[in-house]
Design a protein around this ligand. Structure first.
Ligand code: IPM
Ligand code: MN
Length: 359
């Protein structure tokens, strides 16, 4: 297969983990006889510094013309503590999602047997947890009408975000979620806050209407506060959960606690244009340049990329290599066992590439 991949390394640890992701992508391509080409493009704080725009038009063109985008992370502390900044690196990520129509963000939460003890939760709670969160990605508060902090008519400073959803936006994400549920254990949990929010009542109404089209799937509804609790009390309850943009953002960070490290969770964002594959973690500026960032979420994003194109064996080999590296304690510091030698970002990546080559 021929694959044209847009590579967006972004900021912080992004370029370091991306280097390993691309190396693994190429090793797989070589092994299975695929022709993969890469186009690297600017985004995030880097792009602001160089061209004044966190998602420049040129980057958009490169993404649009590619078969897939491999994205690392954006963000820079110099913007975090400046609420008055006119442009922010995160706007680049949001612009990418909106312009590529990436309304469905698929975030699997799985456990790795040899990392069970790394979760702060009890072994018996975590072992066997395996669910996916389908996060709506181009609507809700992230994109609704906003008003930045300003002094109102009463002389009081105020600000506003609007949690706006339309029926078609809710319908399409629910259908995606049902398709996933059908390929898994036929259980869908719709997470909302319908006891308080009007937008959630729209979600619930639409979901109740659609559910009969999928009689083979058991649908249940859960308030987001309850879901946050259930996720760490009994994560095995979940198979597929679907939720709005903001709730999905929060719940998936919580999900990483089940796995044991943020550095392990990949994601896929799909919609009307080129799909994007990216880790769920951020740019971790403190780790930048130290060769300590975990490249596995990026590498597993490459597995999701191949699987998206129905190249199952390719994805499986990447997962096998990742599991083998973990089992043999080839791990970055945050998940390393006490007393075992430390491996850096590069060394973990290289080990995985070698494993793939030798297979
Ligand atoms: C994520 C991130 C982004 C989000 C940030 C960086 C804008 O936290 O992908 O989960 O909030 O969606
Ligand atoms: Mn997030």
């Amino acid at each position: 297969m021929k694959l044209k991949i847009a590579v967006l390394p972004g900021d912080g640890i992004g370029p370091e983990i991306m280097e390993q992701g691309v190396a693994v992508c190429s090793a797989i391509a070589q092994k299975f006889g695929h022709e993969v080409s890469y186009d690297t493009a600017l985004c995030g704080a880097h792009a602001i510094d160089e061209v004044g725009d966190p998602f420049p038009e040129e980057t958009f063109q490169i993404c649009e013309q590619a078969d897939a985008v491999l994205f690392a992370s954006v963000g820079d502390p110099k913007f975090d503590n400046d609420p008055t900044a006119k442009v922010r690196p995160e706007q680049g990520l949001l612009a990418m999602r909106k312009k590529l129509g990436l309304y469905a963000n698929i975030r699997p939460v799985e456990t790795f047997e040899c990392l069970i003890h790394k979760s702060p939760l009890k072994d018996e709670i975590v072992r066997g947890a395996d669910f996916i969160c389908i996060r709506e990605l181009t609507g809700g508060m992230y994109f609704g009408k906003k008003q930045e902090p300003t002094i109102n008519a009463d002389g009081v400073e105020d600000a506003l975000d609007t949690n706006y959803y339309t029926r078609p936006e809710v319908e399409r994400i629910l259908h995606v979620a049902y398709q996933y549920a059908r390929q898994r254990r036929n259980h869908l949990t719709v997470v909302d806050k319908a006891n308080v929010l009007a937008s959630s009542r729209l979600w619930r109404k639409v979901a109740q209407e659609i559910a009969p089209q999928y009689p083979d799937v058991e649908t249940d509804f859960m308030y987001v506060d309850n879901a946050a609790m259930r996720m760490i009390q009994d994560p095995k309850f979940f198979d597929v959960m679907v939720t709005e943009n903001t709730f999905g953002d929060i719940l998936t960070d919580e999900g990483s606690v089940i796995t044991g490290s943020m550095g392990l969770l990949p994601s896929a964002s799909t919609g009307s244009s080129t799909p994007v594959f990216e880790p769920i973690h951020g740019s971790w500026p403190q780790g930048k340049g130290l060769n300590i960032a975990n490249p596995l979420a990026q590498i597993l994003s490459v597995a999701m990329l191949y699987e998206y194109f129905n190249l199952k064996e390719e994805g499986t080999l990447i997962r096998e290599a990742v599991n083998a590296s973990l089992a043999q304690n080839v791990r970055t510091p945050e998940i390393q066992v006490e007393g075992a030698p430390q491996y850096g970002t590069k060394e973990v990546g290289k080990w995985i590439v070698d494993y793939i080559r030798q297979k």
